[in-house]
Design a protein around this ligand. Structure first.
Ligand code: ITT
Length: 187
């Protein structure tokens, strides 16, 4: 691993890393990729899942590391798919979600970033509210073609500025400010 990175992003999902690297570079934080296939615990809380993922990632990476757990929550479906977003995407995918969502289309994308350097993990949360589109639009990854963030008419997949408004951007922005303070206080 190169030494020039400030910390690592552990994930099996290179799309998440690419966006996180671009976002953190705006805060002068250099992020390396640590390929890692987490064994996700069964929990209804993405905060709990992210906490455990970060502890496991640190054991493998042995360097300061962040992980991210995301969930797409659809209130009219009782918060589904929420903590099961990864599994649901791999099984029924965007077409399956579009079949399930009828009139009430409100949705939320949640991101939890968990930082671990061997001590108690520190968590940062970001939420972007929006709606589920009526059909898939754009060529993005994951749920990008069906999620329209609030105040926009385009899906995440169609937007050029996803990385300045996304759930990931909001969680990483909080992390970056905290990380900077830790560095300046010499910790
Ligand atoms: P990890 O190895 O980091 O756990 P993962 O892909 O399993 O990667 P998550 O459980 O955190 O990641 O994410 C749940 C799913 O939500 C993910 O697989 C994507 O399909 C989707 N997702 C998360 N963020 C997204 C985004 O910005 N745009 C589109 N889909 C997203």
């Amino acid at each position: 691993m190169r030494k020039s990175f400030d910390l690592y992003f552990a994930s099996s999902n290179k799309n998440k890393y690419s966006e996180a690297r671009e976002i953190l570079s705006k805060f002068q934080i250099h992020l390396g990729f640590f390929e890692f296939a987490p064994i996700e615990i069964q929990s209804s809380s993405i905060l709990e899942i992210a906490t455990q993922k970060s502890l496991d990632a640190y054991l493998s990476c042995k360097r300061p590391v962040i992980v991210e757990d995301d969930g797409l929550l659809i209130p009219s479906l009782g918060g589904f798919p929420g903590p099961y977003s990864s599994y649901v995407f791999k099984t029924i995918g965007n077409a399956g979600i579009l079949n399930l969502v009828k009139s009430k289309r409100a949705a939320e994308f949640h991101s939890v970033i968990a930082y671990c350097d061997g001590k108690k993990p520190v968590l940062f949360q970001g939420i972007t509210r929006g709606v589920i589109s009526k059909k898939q639009r754009g060529d993005g990854w994951g749920y990008d073609p069906i999620f329209i963030p609030g105040g926009k008419t385009k899906t995440y997949a169609e937007l050029d500025d996803k990385n300045t408004i996304s759930h990931r951007y909001k969680a990483l922005g909080k992390f970056a400010r905290w990380f900077d303070m830790q560095k300046s206080s010499g910790r």
